[in-house]
Design a protein around this ligand. Structure first.
Ligand code: SF4
Length: 281
């Protein structure tokens, strides 16, 4: 998500962790930001408003490196470039090293942890290239960024899709440590998938025939799992727009508070959260 006015203000005037924020309407909302806000608004505040620095988690670093390798593959497929496994492995290694330098430090627990993450990444990328789910025909678009006005949403909706197939199906790639539950995966990622549908419909006037997630699972023998869901009907679309608007309204009102749950086990702001005394609405 690019810097919103709220974030710019916070960066210019670093405040104590839980000082109240006088906010304004964000200039846009992305499904990632909305999901983050709705999961825990206080973590959103620490991470995206105050931009408190934290080491990048190994899982996030690996996910970004895998994403960069797949992007390289899909762009080569799109433009008729070199899609060979050797070239894509080099793209993975290049991203793994460059991201560590540019976005680090990474919270490695030991040198061998770093090497294991690198090997896991290479194996899972190779598994995708060798799987039935690999993109075979040139896509319609790769890493397409959209910024669209949507009925019922008070600010533009933005987002970058990993891949859009020729038939307009948006695809999002996820790296995961365990095999996902196919029945719940699409529901868990509904804000993202339906947001993509809304943006594609606004941009092209056409509806995608399906919405797709492709999981790259870092098990000992890597797995590639495709999860598809039908395009959202009117009710699902309205539901997602209401969720997005709830996030916009909450950010605008500077409504940030702890929302304890499963996400606390991997939250990097527990110390700041424990110090929370109210105040940020
Ligand atoms: S520890 Fe839990 S409740 Fe507190 S900020 Fe993190 S996710 Fe939210």
């Amino acid at each position: 998500m690019s810097l919103t006015l709220v974030e710019q203000i916070a960066r210019q005037s670093p405040a104590p962790p839980v000082e109240p924020v006088t906010s304004e309407v964000p200039d846009h909302i992305s499904p990632t930001a909305a999901k983050s806000y709705l999961a825990c608004s206080l973590r959103f505040y620490f991470e995206r408003v105050l931009c408190l620095p934290r080491p990048t988690s190994p899982a996030l670093h690996l996910g970004k490196s895998i994403h960069a390798a797949l992007q390289c593959f899909h762009i080569a497929l799109w433009r008729g470039g070199d899609c060979s496994p050797e070239t894509i492995a080099l793209a993975f290694d290049g991203a793994f090293n460059a991201l560590e330098k540019d976005e680090g430090p990474i919270a490695w627990t030991a040198k061998k942890t770093r090497e294991k993450a690198r090997e896991d990444g290479l194996r899972v990328v190779a598994a995708y290239l060798d799987s039935p789910e690999v993109a075979k025909e040139p896509p319609k678009a790769v890493e397409v960024f959209l910024h669209e006005n949507i009925d019922g949403l008070s600010v533009p909706l933005t987002g970058a899709m990993d891949l859009v197939r020729q038939d307009l199906t948006p695809v999002d790639f996820k790296s995961a440590a365990a095999r996902p539950d196919s029945d719940t995966a699409a529901f868990e990622h509904e804000i993202q998938l339906v947001s993509y549908q809304l943006m594609l419909e606004a941009a092209t006037g056409e509806s995608p025939p399906s919405l797709e997630l492709v999981y790259l699972v870092k098990t000992k023998t890597p797995q590639v799992i495709k999860v598809t869901s039908p395009p959202a009907d009117r009710h699902r679309k309205e539901r997602v727009v209401r969720l997005l608007e709830t996030a916009v309204k909450g950010i605008t009102a500077a409504r940030f508070h702890p929302q304890p749950g499963m996400q606390c086990s991997w939250c990097q702001f527990r110390k700041e959260c424990a110090a929370w005394k109210g105040g940020a609405s």
